[in-house]
Design a protein around this ligand. Structure first.
Ligand code: PLP
Length: 430
């Protein structure tokens, strides 16, 4: 049986790690060559504790989820209380307070009339639902053939079959599946006046077959942490309005303060027709995602006939434990100064990562909100870089050509410096 190679960063590997690693299929992982995963036995604040007692400052927030740090007592308490009372009931014909309160709060928090939330349990599924919603919106309106999507180079929206089709088809991690998934209309983001004009003409030419335009607003995350500005988003909104096409903003990564405003669409002052949320929605505690629609989208599904309804219903939709975690997370966004903390993180990241710009092999250094990126010509040995990070007492996961951090929004300045120092050292050694 194949055992992942031993990881020199692991000390005193416990039996459950050695035995279990023969059976666990890890995500995005070449199981033959990637060193065994680090055994984490506890989390607290911004720290991960390894089996041998070492603590690592986490610079990733567990794929950008743990906005308030790990084990926040308020979220823990809310989930524990909900667990006592009722962990889950199906939303078929019955509902519960946590899901209804959460839907109400999201409606108040999101801009404009984004007021109708459909819950699922992962980001990819929430994007699938947004896409399905957009296609059925046009069917319900009697428009034929509007089944395709306009998406952007550098984009990433998930790993399921439909979401793969709106990821970057060439550079993205799903390039292998070309020909096996739906072919969408892939464009450059309109980041200059010329590109805006070209995009507008393109949308005009294709509007009869397009259900929606979909993008990650302000930051294309998993596609390489590429940034664009609010003007690009406004241009997309204007083009979609002009040609009567729906606009889906995937705020799964950027939502909940990550780029400096509660939602990226707030910074641009635009209201998408559909927005997807996940990751920090529960503060990194439970799996939950939301697809939120504006009134006109929701109303297109109303009528006497059952066939106009949205035919979707994940078993765990609106899970009570996850909604309790999300409600508690929203309490923290209300009570604690998260956006001020993001502004302070941005300032510190800018100052402390800037010296990398002059280093050999560095292509770019960029910061947006609580996202700090050093882009390199190439990473010589990513596994070795990860091992060095552990040695330096931090957890960071470089990918592609980038070394980045997206720390919990509550990180203290001294811990953030540990992350940025480690990034600079690792880039120097690359
Ligand atoms: N959309 C964006 C912008 C993401 O960053 C991700 C995950 O990284 C997803 C969708 C998919 O979310 P999930 O991994 O929960 O399916």
């Amino acid at each position: 049986m194949q055992i992942p190679p031993l990881n020199p960063a692991i000390k005193n590997a416990p039996a459950w790690l050695l035995e279990g690693s023969k059976h666990l299929w890890m995500p995005y992982t070449q199981m033959q060559t990637v060193p065994m995963a680090l055994p984490v036995v506890a989390t607290n604040g911004v720290r991960l504790t390894l089996n041998d007692g070492r603590e690592l400052v986490d610079g990733t927030s567990s794929w950008w989820t743990a906005a308030h740090g790990y084990n926040h007592p308020h979220i823990r308490e809310a989930v524990a209380k909900q667990l006592e009372r009722m962990p889950h009931v199906m939303l078929g014909g019955i509902a519960h307070e946590q899901v209804l309160r959460l839907a109400t709060r999201l409606a108040k928090l999101l801009p404009g009339d984004l007021g109708h939330t459909f819950f699922s349990e992962s980001g990819s599924v929430s994007v699938e639902i947004a896409m399905k919603m957009a296609v059925q919106y046009w069917i319900n309106k009697g428009a034929k053939g509007r089944t395709r999507f306009v998406a952007f180079r550098g984009g990433y929206h998930g790993d399921t079959l439909a979401t793969m089709s709106v990821c970057d088809p060439d550079e993205g991690m799903h390039a292998l599946f070309k020909g096996a998934i739906a072919e969408q209309l892939i464009c450059d983001l309109p980041t200059t006046p010329e590109k805006v004009e070209a995009f507008d003409a393109f949308l005009k030419a294709h509007k009869h077959e397009v259900a929606a335009v979909i993008t990650e607003p302000l930051v294309q995350g998993a596609g390489g942490m590429h940034f664009h500005d609010v003007e690009t988003l406004r241009a997309l909104r204007e083009a979609c309005d002009r040609h009567d096409v729906l606009l889906i903003l995937d705020e799964i990564f950027v939502g909940f303060g990550r780029t400096g405003s509660m939602f990226a669409c707030d910074a641009a002052g635009i209201v998408p027709d559909i927005v997807t949320l996940s990751k920090a929605l529960t503060g990194g505690t439970m799996a939950l995602a939301a697809t939120v629609a504006r009134a006109h989208v929701f109303e297109a599904f109303l009528g006497e006939s059952a066939s106009r309804a949205l035919m979707h219903g994940p078993t765990y939709t609106g899970n009570a434990l996850a909604c309790a975690a999300a409600n508690a997370s929203l309490d923290l966004f209300e009570r604690e100064p998260r956006l001020e903390q993001v502004a302070a993180i941005a300032k510190q990241l800018t100052k402390e990562l800037e010296p990398a710009r002059a280093m050999k092999g560095v292509v770019d250094v960029r910061v947006k909100g609580a996202i700090g990126v050093i882009e390199l010509e190439s990473i010589r040995d990513a596994d070795e870089m990860k091992r060095r990070f552990v040695e330096m007492g931090v957890f960071l996961r470089p990918f592609g050509r980038i070394v980045y951090t997206t720390p919990p929004l509550v990180i203290e300045a001294t811990d953030l410096t540990r992350l940025t120092d480690a990034m600079i050292v690792a880039v120097g050694e690359n």
